[in-house]
Ligand binder design. Structure first.
Ligand SMILES: [Fe+2]
Ligand SMILES: [Fe+2]
Length: 197
């Protein structure tokens, strides 16, 4: 098993104990492409296993943000289980979402087939709201976890781009949502920065 597969499973099992958690993990491992999917088609972590890397990166970022915001007693404010659920599972909406296609590219005068990712969404339900929907099919989320996962894209969410102000109201009421969006943003632009070419 790959090192990061192990890290995800170990972190998940140690932190997420509520009813249904084992069934959700089983679904991720054996009935989805979670461990091989990319995190995007051509932006951050657009490679096999990119979604797994991104999910772990967001989890680690979120843990650091929660610790620095609330100090030593952070576990009294936000449960470690919530941090793991939001960090590790915020992007399960990207399961069964990207497909490999091929295009012809000329290399040294010879045409060859080059793979690339296209979007083929098996469950067109949205983004953050879709992650909440998928997770809720297996286990109950707290209100704050659902808010954090639903609004993790912040101002990049399609609903916000369509003119909705709801994300601002959610951020005012649920600090974990603010921290989850910040963690997603930092992981994407710092941890997964694409090499200059
Ligand atoms: Fe996302
Ligand atoms: Fe993300």
């Amino acid at each position: 098993m790959e090192k990061r597969d192990n890290e995800f499973i170990t972190t998940y099992r140690a932190a997420i104990k509520r009813e249904g958690a084992d069934k959700l993990l089983d679904y991720l491992i054996s009935k989805s492409d979670f461990f091989t999917a990319p995190a995007s088609s051509k932006f951050h972590s657009d490679y096999e296993g990119g979604l797994l890397d991104h999910s772990l990166n967001v989890y680690h970022r979120l843990l650091r943000l929660v610790e620095s915001e609330y100090g030593e007693g952070w576990k009294d404010v936000i449960s470690p289980e919530s941090v793991a659920i939001v960090g590790l599972l915020h992007d399960v909406c990207k399961i069964n979402y990207y497909k490999v296609s091929y295009r012809n590219v000329k290399k040294d005068g010879v045409w060859e087939q080059q793979p690339y990712y296209t979007i083929e969404d098996e469950l067109p339900y949205g983004h953050g709201e879709k992650s909440v929907y998928i997770i809720s099919g297996f286990m109950r989320l707290t209100r704050e976890e659902a808010m954090a996962i639903n609004w993790h894209m912040g101002g990049f969410d399609d609903r916000v781009k369509g003119g909705s102000y709801t994300v601002g109201h959610a951020f005012e009421k649920y600090p974990l949502a603010v921290l989850a969006h910040s963690a997603d943003f930092l992981a994407t632009y710092f941890d997964e920065k694409k090499d200059e070419q």
